[in-house]
Design a protein around this ligand. Structure first.
Ligand SMILES: [Zn+2]
Length: 325
């Protein structure tokens, strides 16, 4: 981290990935190398909005000296959204009972550095575009399946942001009318209400019920429990669930393919990263192929795509893929 003679700054930035359960903060250089990293588990209860910004500030202080922080080019934050239109706060987060969580202003004031904030799907998309499986592609979609389901889209070489920066909220694509399950947003039939980490256990229980099996004695509370149960049942009829899941995932991915005609779809997020053998081949099987199948691949950035994308944004909202402001 040698500072530039003219600017007095290094090529290193502070990148923040604020997820649903973990906070990751890294010092990242221009080539995408993570020089130092801190990972913290977020508290289960957030009594007030300051808790999050305070935790980020403390974690940055524990990662780097005041001198190193002062010489860095800026701070980029990728966060689970929604992000407000001025890119300063999280607003009405679906899983946190707070109306607004200001981030840019308190963190910028603490370090006297510019703080740039984007949603975590755009961050993941930029990470893949600059350092991962999207490198060199002008038409690719980044799909993350973890607590929720979301996407970022690069079409004809430019990031698709939409009217207010919410393009790519694909978890709310309609994929089912058989089970009629309610999504976290309150509407029915949305992809996220079935295949996200948060809702997979409920979908599994509903599928068991629909097929006449009693699921009462099974301890299935998480996506991991669901996939563990499926692996234990290899060869039995209960493996049929993975085909039902594949059918719905195939529906969602088919919609993405006809909407954006990508050459590559990059999957990320714990649900896929831990179970790609049970998810990707079934998507290949059930996608309806109105257009030719793009390359389906899993992120090679080991879960760090959003952190690396945050490092890109720390240098400014203007990117070679268009502006994210
Ligand atoms: Zn929804």
């Amino acid at each position: 981290m040698t500072p530039d003679d003219r600017t007095g700054r290094t090529d290193t930035v502070i990148a923040v990935d604020l997820g649903a359960t973990n906070l990751r903060v890294g010092l990242v250089n221009e080539t995408g190398r993570i020089e130092r990293l801190k990972v913290t588990t977020l508290p289960a209860d957030l009594p007030d909005a300051e808790t999050i910004s305070d935790l980020i500030i403390r974690t940055i202080h524990s990662l780097a000296s005041d001198e190193e922080i002062g010489m860095s080019a800026g701070i980029g934050i990728g966060s689970a959204g929604p992000i407000d239109s001025t890119h300063t706060s999280i607003v009405h987060p679906p899983n946190i009972p707070l109306d607004i969580i200001p981030l840019s202003d308190p963190i910028s004031a603490a370090f006297n550095l510019p703080v740039l904030l984007i949603n975590d799907c755009f961050a993941g998309l930029l990470g893949e575009a600059c350092f991962g499986e999207g490198t060199g592609s002008k038409n690719f979609v980044y799909v993350t399946m973890s607590t929720g389901i979301g996407a970022g889209i690069i079409a004809n070489g430019k990031i698709l942001t939409g009217r207010s920066g919410n393009a790519g909220e694909i978890g709310h694509l309609f994929v089912d009318s058989d089970y009629n399950l309610t999504c976290g947003c309150g509407r029915k039939g949305h992809w996220e209400g079935y295949a996200s980490g948060r809702f997979l256990p409920r979908f599994y229980h509903e599928w068991l019920k629909k097929n006449g099996w009693d699921s009462g004695d099974q301890q299935i509370h998480s996506a991991r429990d669901v996939f563990d149960a499926i692996r234990e049942e290899q060869g039995s009829e209960k493996c049929g669930f993975i085909h039902e899941l594949g059918r719905l995932n195939g529906r969602g991915i088919s919609d993405l393919i006809v909407a954006y005609e990508p050459d590559t779809i990059v999957f990320d997020g714990s649900v896929v990263l831990n179970n790609q053998d049970l998810i990707i081949p079934l998507i290949e099987q059930y996608a309806d192929r109105y257009l030719p199948m793009p390359r389906l691949t899993v992120s090679s950035l080991s879960g760090f795509a959003p952190l690396l994308g945050s490092s890109v944004i720390a240098r400014g909202y203007e990117t070679r893929f268009g502006s994210l402001e």
